[in-house]
Design a protein around this ligand. Structure first.
Ligand SMILES: [Ca+2]
Length: 142
């Protein structure tokens, strides 16, 4: 518990540092607003419906180990096994998993804006993973 809190604090600090670096470089800072119902640069988001529509869960974390207890923003609908489209606004590769805690098969999301062949940073439909995603991480384990 304590370790997870520290990890989260470190990740938040990293996000702030990233924003400050962008401002310093003279680039637009990401309009980051965690779980405000709008996907922003820096956030990994899942939508309940395909085409990036319907309820959303937008979060500036590289890892959510268990979608089970999470709710889409401003709703009483759980995120687990409900996602139909996804987008990675983070600067790291994110894997979205079939099961909680990085279990089962995964869908690779390249860093924001990147694509290579059939692999991209965003998916308007999820194919086999439709209504089956339960966690995500920048690592291959949670
Ligand atoms: Ca947001």
């Amino acid at each position: 518990m304590e370790t997870k809190s520290i990890v989260r604090a470190v990740k938040r600090a990293g996000i702030v540092a990233f924003g400050a670096a962008m401002v310093t470089a003279g680039l637009a800072a990401p309009a980051l607003a965690d779980r405000d119902g709008v996907w922003h640069t820096g956030e990994f988001a899942v939508w309940q419906d395909s085409g990036f529509s319907g309820r959303i869960y937008d979060r500036a974390l590289s890892q959510e180990g268990n979608y089970g207890p999470l709710y889409f923003v401003n709703s009483n609908v759980h995120v687990g096994d409900q996602a139909s489209s996804t987008a990675n606004g983070r600067t790291v590769r994110i894997y979205a998993y079939e099961h909680s805690w990085c279990g089962g098969a995964s869908v690779t999301h390249l860093p924001y804006g990147q694509s290579s062949g059939s692999v991209g940073y965003a998916y308007t439909t999820l194919g086999w993973a439709n209504d089956r995603l339960s966690s995500h991480s920048s690592a291959t384990s949670c």
